[in-house]
Design a binder for this molecule. Structure first.
Ligand SMILES: NC(=O)c1ccc[n+]([C@@H]2O[C@H](COP(=O)([O-])OP(=O)(O)OC[C@H]3O[C@@H](n4cnc5c(N)ncnc54)[C@H](OP(=O)(O)O)[C@@H]3O)[C@@H](O)[C@H]2O)c1
Length: 387
């Protein structure tokens, strides 16, 4: 859609998910600043229909190809374009004129659309961290080559992004990623092993989609964020630390070479990092409540326990190995978490599967997309058939 005003044109991949719907709630509150030009879902056509009715995007993508007939009917009803399958998602991301692509899909499925958009020089607001875990080097190289940019939506990386404004990235000594600790922060190893799916899905501070909620319970989510931070900010893995901070008030910190630590604080609500990514480089007033420090009263910090949460260690190991190993870590995790969500395996088998698949992998240098995709497919197959 051509630009005929000063509004920022936004496309959202995964608009029917937790981040996608929150992004639309930010847009709803700033209607004079943003225009939605593309939306996508895997299969949730009823929510997509409501979103089309409200935001009138000229194009949508529906990835589940069993929904083609219903999708075409929807497109006819609203006289918009409907694109289908992963090719449709890639086309929506890279061929529709847009100023900012919000990547809020889940898993490595976001990689190709993000990469193609970057190659067109489109700016990315990234929630879908698996994109950087799978192919961080390749993606960041493309960002540089095509003069694109990635503005992080993940609250931790958005916090770091904010702390770095006006500061020299070469002066970073250390990044401190905060973690709520998830629902099993104080549980024993035995209790964690017996945890039901319902218990796993009860996150203490954040309401999120099912996959990231499981990743938060295993701390794999924090491990992914270590890898994401390494690529986004060019900081050595050994200089990225994780600190358990159950209040989820400090969203992360940067220590500079002079010993100063800058932190970003706010009540835990994804609205704020999403708004920051959408309005960047401007800051706009919100209706979010101010943080009441007297009410918070106390902020606490603990070291993560790698023996109860081995996934965090696996993520560090994968990052240190480098090459195709992070893609394998991610793919094995995606399959294991899906199997857990389908109740095929128990909670403790999630790390077991990942560790097994990583141990079997011969690491390649991840120089090409094809090599990464081959490693990803190999790991999925292994993780699917592990008993
Ligand atoms: N939720 C949070 O608070 C949060 C915070 C920080 C980072 N993140 C990251 O943001 C990403 C999205 O998380 P979320 O919690 O919003 O997930 P979610 O609620 O599960 O939503 C995922 C979105 O992606 C779509 N989708 C699912 N599988 C797909 C596929 N194979 N192909 C194309 N589209 C697909 C879904 O469509 P359907 O609706 O049809 O399933 C939905 O629109 C994740 O990478 C997560 O780690 C999330």
């Amino acid at each position: 859609m051509p630009k005929f005003d000063n509004m920022k044109r936004i496309t959202i991949l995964g608009s029917t998910g937790s981040i996608g719907t929150k992004t639309l709630s930010v847009i709803r509150d700033f209607r004079d600043q943003f225009r939605v030009v593309g939306l996508s879902t895997f299969a949730n056509l009823s929510l997509l229909k409501e979103q089309i009715e409200e935001f009138r995007p000229p194009a949508v993508a529906i990835v589940d190809t069993t929904k083609v007939n219903d999708g075409r009917a929807l497109a006819r009803q609203f006289q918009i374009r409907a694109l289908f399958g992963i090719e449709g998602l890639i086309e929506l991301a890279s061929e529709i004129e847009t100023d900012l692509l919000v990547v809020a899909t889940v898993g490595s499925v976001g990689l190709l659309p993000t990469l193609r958009a970057i190659e067109k020089g489109i700016s990315i607001a990234l929630a879908n961290k698996e994109v950087l875990v799978t192919a961080g080097q390749l993606v960041m190289r493309a960002v540089e080559q095509h003069r694109s940019q990635i503005i992080p939506i993940d609250s931790e990386h958005n916090a770091i992004f904010q702390c770095l404004q006006g500061n020299d990235r070469n002066a970073i000594r250390r990044i401190i990623l905060t973690a709520s600790g998830g629902p099993f922060r104080t549980s024993s190893k035995e209790e964690i092993e017996k945890a039901t799916l319902e218990e796993t899905l009860q996150h203490p501070t954040w309401a999120m989609g099912p996959k990231i909620t499981v990743d938060s319970a295993t701390l794999m989510n924090k491990g992914f964020e270590v890898i994401e931070g390494h690529h986004l900010f060019g900081v050595d893995i050994h200089n990225i630390e994780v600190v358990i901070h159950p209040e989820s008030i400090i969203h992360s910190m940067v220590e500079f070479v002079d010993g100063s630590i800058l932190a970003q604080l706010a009540p835990p609500d994804m609205y704020l990092p999403i708004q920051n990514a959408l309005t960047y480089p401007r800051r706009c007033p919100t209706n979010l409540p101010s943080l009441d420090l007297m009410e918070v009263s106390k902020l606490t910090f603990f070291a993560p326990d790698f023996s109860r949460f081995p996934c965090l260690q696996y993520a560090y190991n994968a990052a240190v190995k480098g090459g195709t190993m992070p893609a394998v870590l991610n793919a094995a995790n995606e399959v294991a978490v899906n199997r857990y969500l389908r109740k095929e395996i128990g909670f403790s088998q999630v790390p077991e599967i990942i560790s097994h698949v990583m141990a079997e992998h011969s690491v390649g240098d991840a120089a090409s997309l094809e090599e990464i995709q081959t490693a990803d497919a190999w790991a999925r197959e292994k993780a699917q058939h592990y008993e």
